[in-house]
Design a protein around this ligand. Sequence first.
Ligand SMILES: [Zn+2]
Length: 326
Amino acid sequence: MSEEQGVRTCPTFNSPRADVILRSSDNVDFHTFRIILSEASPFFDSMFTIPQPLSEPNDDVGHKNGLPIIPVSEKSKTIEAVLRFCHPISDPKLDQLDDLQELLTAATKYELSFIATSLRRQVVPFLEEHPLRVYAIAYIHEWEAEARLAARATLRKPSSELLPAYASQTIPPEFQVLPAVALIRLRRYHQACVDRLQSATSDWNFFWVASLDIGWRIHCYQCGQPSNTKKRYISPYWTDLNSKVTVALKERPCSIAVEEPSHVAGALAQVCSSCPEDGPTKMAQYIKNLAMKVDSYVSTVVLELPFKDLDESTIHAPTLNLDLDL
Ligand SMILES: [Zn+2]
């Protein structure tokens, strides 16, 4: 960017035919067009209908090279992203959730609803790393599908990793405006998932059926303990594995808690020389089977939300003219 009295000009938005300048908070000028801003944004459209105060031309504060300067509170990175969406050039690459969040805030402020719609799709890749932030953003903007996906993704993180617990961690801006009820709803969803799985795993058949599905022989006359019916001698690796899974599901009620490698390692260490030879192989299949079963149970738990997605087909449905002159 070219230097000029501390103010730089963005090389991407430097058209000599521009008729207005947006100046970012970090002093970068963006030469753009009123017609583009007006068409894209009701906010700017209203602004341009208001008579602008007279200013000395070329004072580099109110005007520059005869063009009016509009100071904006956003930084240049955000303004460039906004203009990239508005102009017929490639959309910006958003590889940081902070950038997406700032752009979304600007899009809301300037009434650029089409940008918010595009960002809605772009928030999904951040689900795994920042599930709670994505949930907060989706809740604030009433994006039902993304809020549900994000809530489900929070189950995969230990609670200690969800919130910035340490003073050295920055508090993301969306938490300044997220209503407390959003977090209560999420907490209740988590508890409902835990309760659903604890109820299921308290039934011995939950594990037993999962092992029968793969034909896993889990009894051993040497190391096993007699079952209630005394028909089988259940190997300790099976009962130990299941009890660890049950405990893990209280913290993370999802398949990841089942697939924790230490559970298998601990179970395998208890296999004796008389245990079935296919134990390790079947155990891996069993874990996979159980993980699918856990996710299936969790999928029946519904997160309570105060908003719903509109069916896009109803938004764009053509209006039928039923005023027929028969
Ligand atoms: Zn054994």
